[in-house]
Each structure stands twice: as structure tokens, then as C-alpha cells.
Unconditional design. Structure first.
Length: 243
């Protein structure tokens, strides 16, 4: 029996414990700001390679580090420019707390781009959006990226395994992990059928608390670096040829 089938009765059974736990956890976790610094720029040298748009939630916005140089946008753009041996023009459109549906509004400030990296999913799980509804929102987002920003390829980052988030207590962590796994499975199946999409198959070491921010929930600079380098390798190897 899959998580999506029996998670509702399971949630109802655990509700008296999990709901107070979720409220207390939300109050207890420190509210970290988004990373400071420019949200657009140029990385690398040489001829123009591609333009990159990073769109999404708090992890895209760099929550957990002080400056965008230490965040996903900084590490990804520099690593991608190094791999391509070309300049990469990048832009970040991100806001803490957004779901896949709410990410659509971030496109109001987006400039044209060749490739978009979409970072959503955690807040879909937190807000109890169903996997089917989240996919509908992602589909609308992809269409908007193509029509409004001329994006030719979209890279969907994984919904992280929330059962490994050190900042969440049990059984809330376990239950969130089941929901995240259901979202990730649905995302993988959908992305595999879309020629304009790719899904990054990698696993970040979320169990290592030294790689996380002090809230135990967001990445720290070492994890952003690993994530950015993995995305750069994926774009340079699997996406660049399609362009």
C-alpha cells in the first residue's frame, strides 16, 4: 500500500500528537532571513554561454546563509560557468514560504532565460497540498516559464526527504517524510514524460547536521555548495546539449 493511499487515516490517528508538535516546532525554529546580496549577475569569463533563472522557495532564496555568494544561486552559477567555460548570466526570483502554486507570482520580475531551475516542494508538504494538485501547479508554472520568460529547459529539483530533517521532531518528521516521498515519486513520474523537463536525481547528506543552518531545516553553506555543484554537473551534462 503506497503512502498516498493510507496517509490520511494515519494522519487522523496521529493528529492529537502531530498537530501540537507542528505548532510548537514552527514557534521553536529560528526564523532565518533570506540571504543578502544581488539577485542577478554574471559568472565566469569568455563568450556568453546561457542565461539561468533560479525560481523557488526559501532554499532558493538562500535562507541559512548570510550572502548569495554562499547560497544556491552563487554556487550554481559559478560552478556552471566553470564547467561550460563560458559566462553565465543568472537571476534569482525566490521568496520564503512559497508553494508550487505561489511560485507563479515570482515570474512577474523574471527576465528571459534559457534554463530555469525550480526549487519547490517543501511548502507543498507543509501546507498539505496533495501531490496531484502540486503537479498541476508545476505544470502551470512550466507553461508560464516558457511563455513569459522564453525558457527552453526546466530543471526540477527533488522534494527533499523530510524524514531526515534534523529540525523536525518525531513522529512529525516521519510523517512529513512520507508526504515528501509521495510528492517526489509523483514529480519523477511526471517529469520523465516531459521533453522540456529534467529532474535532478541526487541525494544530499541531510543527516549531517554540520552541513545545515542553525535551524536544522535549511541548508548551510557547505550543503548549498554540494547542491549547486550537482545542479551544475546536471545542466552541463544533460541539459546543455539540448540547447
Amino acid at each position: 500500500m503506497t503512502p498516498a493511499i493510507w496517509s490520511l487515516p494515519l494522519k487522523l490517528a496521529l493528529a492529537p500528537l502531530v498537530i501540537p508538535q507542528a505548532v510548537i516546532t514552527r514557534r521553536r525554529l529560528p526564523r532565518l532571513p533570506e540571504a543578502a546580496g544581488p539577485r542577478q549577475g554574471m559568472a565566469g569569463r569568455g563568450e556568453h554561454g546561457l542565461s539561468l533563472l533560479i525560481l523557488g522557495d526559501s532554499s532558493a532564496a538562500g535562507v541559512g546563509v548570510e550572502h548569495q555568494r554562499q547560497a544556491l544561486a552563487g554556487y550554481l552559477s559559478r560552478a556552471l560557468a566553470a564547467r561550460l567555460g563560458r559566462r553565465v548570466a543568472w537571476q534569482l526570483c525566490a521568496r520564503s514560504g512559497v508553494t508550487s502554486a505561489q511560485a507563479l507570482a515570482l515570474l512577474a520580475d523574471a527576465r528571459p532565460a534559457d534554463v530555469a531551475v525550480v526549487v519547490t516542494g517543501v511548502n507543498d508538504v507543509v501546507d498539505q497540498v496533495s501531490p496531484a494538485a502540486a503537479l498541476r501547479h508545476r505544470e502551470a508554472l512550466v507553461q508560464a516559464l516558457q511563455q513569459r520568460a522564453g525558457v527552453r529547459q526546466v530543471v526540477m529539483t527533488p522534494v527533499p526527504p523530510m524524514h531526515r530533517f534534523a529540525g523536525l521532531p518525531q513522529p512529525l518528521r516521519w510523517l512529513a517524510g512520507r508526504d515528501a516521498a509521495a510528492h517526489e515519486a509523483a514529480l519523477c513520474r511526471w517529469a520523465a514524460l516531459q521533453p522540456q523537463l529534467s529532474h535532478l536525481p541526487f541525494d544530499l547528506p541531510l543527516d549531517d547536521a554540520t552541513l545545515l543552518a542553525r535551524d536544522g531545516f535549511h541548508p548551510g553553506a557547505p550543503l548549498y555548495r554540494l547542491w549547486g555543484e550537482a545542479l551544475a554537473a546536471h545542466i552541463a551534462g544533460a541539459v546543455w546539449a539540448r540547447l
